[in-house]
Design a protein around this ligand. Structure first.
Ligand SMILES: Nc1ncnc2c1ncn2[C@@H]1O[C@H](COP(=O)(O)OP(=O)(O)OP(=O)(O)O)[C@@H](O)[C@H]1O
Length: 256
């Protein structure tokens, strides 16, 4: 098998006495979309933030192309970071900037992108996400779903090599959710990017991901293809992906 692009080995992370990651081993491969699933509050966002160094592990190692990130010199770490684009929860759009300015920002930060090309690429991304015509609006004038799509346009506008998505479709209506998923697939086909996504959209993510990783009780309890996880006989996995109610809750409900 080819070498993973990103690899977690024995990663631990606690916040005070809240131990969130308890020995995470995870491999992410180039050109694939890997989706991390698991219960709410289990640590999926925490895991994602470790990939780009927004959080540092207490123990264990995270490698990029086989090199431990924490051993890299600042310049090398910066160069790695430049390959990433991300869309995190809360969108983090700049309220004082218009939609156009928000989406154009990563292109401007890159430098050396001609003005007319910035305009073209921003327009193209906004159109693809059904947002044409709102360029002059401010985030406070947008619905939650629109903000999410603007954040996605911003994450993709530079055609990045690696994109991290934290629940990119939560709160979108079913049509826009499908459009956002279709866009991820289309982008992957066109640009072959590596995607790491946290999502609760089951079963949708099985159709758009090449790999699924399930986080439970601080560890990755499954990583493999979408077909494989759907065939898993492991009760915790079966229950989670089928949305089955645990037996004790089921019997409690029966007694109501
Ligand atoms: N910066 C932080 N400081 C302290 N605790 C944190 C911090 N970030 C996350 N946590 C805690 O880590 C745990 C995991 O949070 P995380 O957001 O990763 O869960 P999640 O699996 O992404 O949840 P959801 O699916 O609901 O978004 C939670 O208990 C959270 O309170």
């Amino acid at each position: 098998m080819t070498e993973p692009l990103i690899e977690f080995e024995g990663v631990f992370k606690s916040f005070g006495d809240n131990a969130v990651l308890k020995g995470v081993d995870l491999s992410i491969y180039r050109g694939e979309v890997t989706t991390i699933i698991g219960k709410s509050g289990i640590g999926k966002s925490v895991l994602l933030k470790h990939i780009i160094g927004l959080l540092a592990p207490d123990a264990g190692e995270i490698r990029f192309e086989g090199r431990a990130i924490h051993q890299m010199a600042p310049a090398e770490r910066k160069a790695v970071k430049m390959k990433f684009s991300y869309m995190f929860q809360g969108n983090a759009l700049f309220d004082s900037m218009t939609v156009y300015e928000n989406v154009a920002l990563p292109l401007k930060e890159k430098g050396r992108v001609p003005f007319h090309e910035i305009e073209e690429r921003v327009h193209e991304k906004l159109t693809q996400l059904d947002l044409a015509g709102i360029e002059a609006r401010y985030p406070s004038q947008l619905s939650g779903g629109m903000k999410k799509r603007v954040a996605m346009a911003r994450a993709l506008v530079t055609d990045p090599e690696i994109v991290l998505f934290d629940e990119p479709t939560t709160g979108l209506d079913p049509i826009r959710k499908n459009a956002a998923h279709a866009m991820i697939v289309q982008y992957q086909k066109t640009y072959g990017f590596t995607g790491v996504m946290v999502s609760h959209e089951i079963p949708d993510v099985f159709y758009i991901s090449q790999r699924i990783a399930m986080l439970d009780q601080g560890r990755i309890i499954f990583q493999g293809g979408p077909e494989e996880i759907q065939e898993s006989r492991e009760p915790v996995i079966r229950q989670f992906i089928r949305g089955q109610v645990p037996e004790n809750l089921q019997s409690a409900l029966n007694e109501l």
